[in-house]
Design a protein around this ligand. Structure first.
Ligand SMILES: [Zn+2]
Length: 232
């Protein structure tokens, strides 16, 4: 699946997790929204960091390790703000695991262009079971499996986009891009005024913004320099 599909799925997952009183923390412009959206793209960071695509990071073990490392870095960088927003390590870890799990699930519908037997891609249950999971293995069709992938992608993607743009956007006046603005992560907390925050909270907010931006830039760089270069 493409990065945007993963990102949007993660964003919606964060909004589905509305545990009791904490609903405010899961607003459209909250930190969990952007955190889960980014977590959902994490397995595809492999090309950006120079390891073979869809292999180590596309196993349950690898994806869980990524979720754990990402949560750890975010927690280390953003503790003062996360305390303020009443977000615990475990809550973030649950969101990160939900994000990477959605990635592996959606990637089942990816066309790999190879044979299922002996393929090193999407071997989710490694090292217990060396079965590869991608569309070629589910649909036994000569061509056009790639067209099937695009169809599945759009069938999955369109309702989400409609909800995002029409229901949440036009009807509820929510701008999903607001989640990219760190100051908005404080909305819904006791004191939403960014200017009145103590310095450690502001500093951790900025650091979290940098961590999130760095992961996104790395992902985009991977697509531009590695994937596109491979096509040339
Ligand atoms: Zn992937």
């Amino acid at each position: 699946m493409n990065g945007v599909t993963h990102l949007v799925t993660g964003y919606f997952l964060a909004r589905l997790f509305r545990p009791g009183k904490g609903a405010e923390r899961y607003r459209h412009d909250s930190f969990p929204a952007v955190f889960t959206a980014i977590a959902a793209t994490l397995p595809d960071i492999d090309s950006s960091i120079g390891i073979p695509h869809a292999q180590a990071t596309h196993t349950i073990l690898g994806a869980l390790a990524l979720a754990f490392v990402f949560t750890g870095v975010v927690f280390a960088m953003g503790s003062p703000f996360l305390r303020e927003a009443r977000l615990s390590f475990v809550q973030l870890l649950v969101l990160a695991v939900a994000g990477v799990s959605s990635h592996l699930f959606l990637d089942v519908f990816t066309y790999y262009g190879g044979t299922c037997v002996g393929s090193p891609a999407h071997v989710y249950f490694w090292p217990l079971w060396n079965q590869s999971f991608h569309l070629d293995c589910i649909i036994d069709a000569t061509p056009p499996v790639y067209a099937a992938r695009v169809l599945v992608e759009w069938a999955f993607y369109s309702p989400f986009l409609l909800v995002l743009l029409v229901d949440r956007g036009i009807k509820h006046k929510e701008n999903p891009f607001a989640m990219l603005y760190p100051a908005s992560w404080l909305r819904g907390t006791a004191d939403p005024e960014f200017t009145s925050r103590p310095r450690p909270v502001k500093a951790s907010l900025v650091l979290l913004g940098i961590v999130c931006a760095a992961v996104v830039v790395l992902q985009v760089a991977g697509i531009v320099f590695v994937d596109l270069a491979g096509l040339l």
